[in-house]
Design a protein around this ligand. Structure first.
Ligand SMILES: C[S@@+](CC[C@H](N)C(=O)[O-])C[C@H]1O[C@@H](n2cnc3c(N)ncnc32)[C@H](O)[C@@H]1O
Length: 324
């Protein structure tokens, strides 16, 4: 085990459960034994394993990102480590790994045991508070960079769609005091956003607009719409509908920028976005990570004309922009 020496190491440690569960699920389905019979694509494997093809392909891409299997075009095959240790055979470690999965439930009760059997206390703020404050943790440094990279013109009207804690919105409002910046989000999120803005002394810097963007109008017109870490929670069809709505809320010549954890075009790299995609397969109905090409295609399908995919950073976070 590697001692934690940086915030990246810390995050890696925290995400360990996702790596474990993805591997355990692949083992439970017996993906590696099925691939022992020869290379196959996700659709064929899903038929053999009675699995959901969309979610199975997301899982297979993550296994490929970890170097357990290889992907060529749409076809997957076992690499030596999977052939030797994860599929049926004399050197297999399948049973001991599945035993760890059996222990998972008991680990879920570890907090209670460490508390001497007393009931685990729910967190002060609960799910939404941790989620939205967590978005602020993630965006704090990145927002400074982004606001520097995407300048505003004097007096522009900006919408931070699904803006969560409003980290990006506040950063633009600070740099461009004449800008009119709005954060659109759900009632339960904005309850947390208000607290965060108060703590930062930023309440007056941004306007809050409450609603469900899949159902309600977005207000406007705006000159620039920022859509950060939103699309991955929705299917391609839902994303196109949202982007079309965003285009209609823009003034003539208006711009949109989309920030996401972007997969490479092969879909099985880099590991961060590949696992983030599994996370979305677990926690949403139709979401997953997308490639820059897929985001660009969604923008075009929504009627944006000039579409510019940017280069993702070392964590796979990238921006794709469009103009009406
Ligand atoms: C992953 S967070 C991203 C927050 C922020 N954009 C950022 O990058 O830091 C997703 C945000 O989208 C909001 N959201 C998701 N679905 C929504 C919907 N249907 N209507 C309004 N907001 C929504 C959530 O409440 C949450 O604040």
């Amino acid at each position: 085990m590697i001692p934690v020496k940086s915030v990246d190491d810390l995050m890696e440690m925290a995400h360990g459960y996702q790596r474990s569960m993805a591997l355990f699920v692949a083992l439970k389905l017996d993906v590696f034994s099925a691939l022992g019979d020869g290379p196959a694509d996700a659709r064929a494997l899903a038929r053999r394993l009675s699995a959901d093809p969309r979610r199975l392909s997301i899982l297979l891409n993550a296994m490929a990102a970890m170097g357990l299997i290889a992907k060529t075009g749409e076809t997957y095959r076992n690499l030596p480590i999977a052939k030797d240790f994860l599929s049926a055979g004399t050197r297999s470690k399948r049973s001991i790994l599945l035993h760890h999965l059996d222990c998972w439930e008991e680990w879920s009760g570890l907090e209670r045991k460490v508390r001497g059997g007393r009931k685990a206390r729910p967190d002060r703020g609960g799910y939404q508070e941790n989620f939205i404050r967590g978005m602020e943790d993630n965006a704090r440094e990145r927002a400074v960079l982004v606001a520097g990279q995407i300048p505003l013109r004097a007096g522009e009207r900006v919408l931070d769609l699904g803006g969560g804690p409003g980290t990006y919105a506040v950063e633009w409002a600070k740099r461009y005091p004449g800008a009119e910046v709005t954060v659109f989000d759900t009632r339960e999120t904005l309850r947390v956003t208000r607290k965060i803005l108060r703590e930062k002394g930023a309440t007056r810097m941004v306007r809050l607009l409450e609603g469900d963007f899949t159902e309600e109008a977005l207000g406007g017109p705006y000159d620039f719409i920022w859509i950060s870490q939103i699309l991955h929670a929705y299917s391609e069809k839902e994303c196109i509908a949202l982007l079309r709505k965003a285009r209609r809320a823009l003034a003539p010549g208006g711009r949109v920028s989309i920030q996401e954890f972007l997969l490479e075009e092969s879909g099985d790299a880099p590991p961060g976005p590949a696992f983030f995609s599994v996370h979305m397969a677990a926690v949403t109905e139709g979401g997953r990570a997308y490639t820059a090409g897929e985001v660009a295609a969604m923008l075009r399908a929504a009627g944006f004309r000039k579409v510019l995919p940017g280069r993702p950073d070392s964590r796979g976070v990238g921006i794709v922009s469009g103009q009406t």
